[in-house]
Design a protein around this ligand. Structure first.
Ligand SMILES: *[C@@H]1O[C@H](CO)[C@@H](O)[C@H](O)[C@H]1NC(C)=O
Ligand SMILES: *[C@@H]1O[C@H](CO)[C@@H](O)[C@H](O)[C@H]1NC(C)=O
Ligand SMILES: *[C@@H]1O[C@H](CO)[C@@H](O)[C@H](O)[C@H]1NC(C)=O
Length: 243
């Protein structure tokens, strides 16, 4: 974060420096653009909503207890008992019948850096018959009716089995917030796995301000002149054109 902040600063300084000097203008004025979002998942088209209603079932699940998903391409939402802030709901649709079992992990891995878990537990999803070729598989999280917590920025994390850490922004689809239901909904490619809900920390959510703060609290409180000097060194004033 310090470095990228520095690069932006450098670009700004170099742009200013470049103005009176026609020789330098070209390379200094460009800034790097951030990489495009890595994961984009298209949500299925809404279709005729009324038909869907007739073709869906709502079930109540309990942790550690098998839930029969009937198949027949009927969308089946299974709502689990509420936690501290909200309740897990699993959406499955497929032609084949399956058996869903969700257990709570009461000692989950830590939240990723910059995030706080919405619950003290994570959810381990198992499926007899596997999760291959399911028509629809989604993990939802519905805020408790008595909660006022703003979960709108919440995201689904998936446990990476190799690193044993939760990963957000990869391995699952994009989490969407449905304000009317106070619900976070995330399509997944494979619902078999361990999942948890996370909220970005306030500091991480404020973007530029947090980055600026990080630049002063994270290292020494360098003056702008020092920063400039460092960056000119870093970029190598004599090296071949920036980017
Ligand atoms: C299932 O629950 C959802 C959300 O509460 C509701 O909108 C829908 O009408 C229910 N469907 C059935 C078939 O009861
Ligand atoms: C999933 O689809 C593939 C290709 O259509 C098929 O080969 C495979 O048998 C299917 N798996 C299951 C579990 O239905
Ligand atoms: C809020 O709702 C949840 C889920 O229904 C419940 O477990 C909890 O006790 C409630 N909290 C308060 C303060 O009423």
């Amino acid at each position: 974060m310090k470095l990228s902040y520095g690069i932006v600063l450098a670009a700004q300084f170099l742009t200013v420096l470049a103005l009176p000097s026609p020789n330098k203008g070209k390379s200094a004025s460009s800034t790097t653009s951030s990489a495009a979002a890595a994961v984009t998942t298209t949500t299925p088209a809404a279709g005729a909503e009324e038909e869907e209603k007739a073709n869906e079932v709502n079930l109540t699940g309990h942790f550690g207890v098998k839930v029969n998903i009937g198949g027949g391409n009927i969308k089946t939402d299974t709502l689990f008992p509420p936690g501290q802030n909200g309740a897990l709901e699993v959406e499955i649709q497929d032609t084949q019948a399956r058996v869903l079992t969700v257990t709570e992990n009461k000692t989950p891995a830590a939240a990723p850096a910059g995030f706080t878990a919405l619950e003290s537990v994570s959810y381990v999803v198992a499926m007899e018959g596997g999760a291959a070729n399911l028509t629809l598989q989604k993990i939802d999280y519905i805020r408790n009716a008595n909660s006022t917590l703003d979960i709108s920025k919440g995201v689904l994390g998936r446990l990476c089995t190799e690193t044993k850490t939760f990963v957000v922004g990869a391995g699952v689809g994009e989490t969407e917030f449905e304000a009317d239901e106070n619900e976070l909904t995330t399509p997944v490619d494979n619902i078999v796995g361990e999942f948890a809900m996370f909220l970005p920390d306030a500091a991480a959510a404020t973007g530029g301000a947090a980055a600026a703060e990080g630049a002063t609290t994270g290292g020494s409180s360098a003056t702008t002149a020092e920063v400039l000097a460092q960056l000119l060194g870093l970029l190598g004033v004599g090296t071949a054109g920036g980017n």
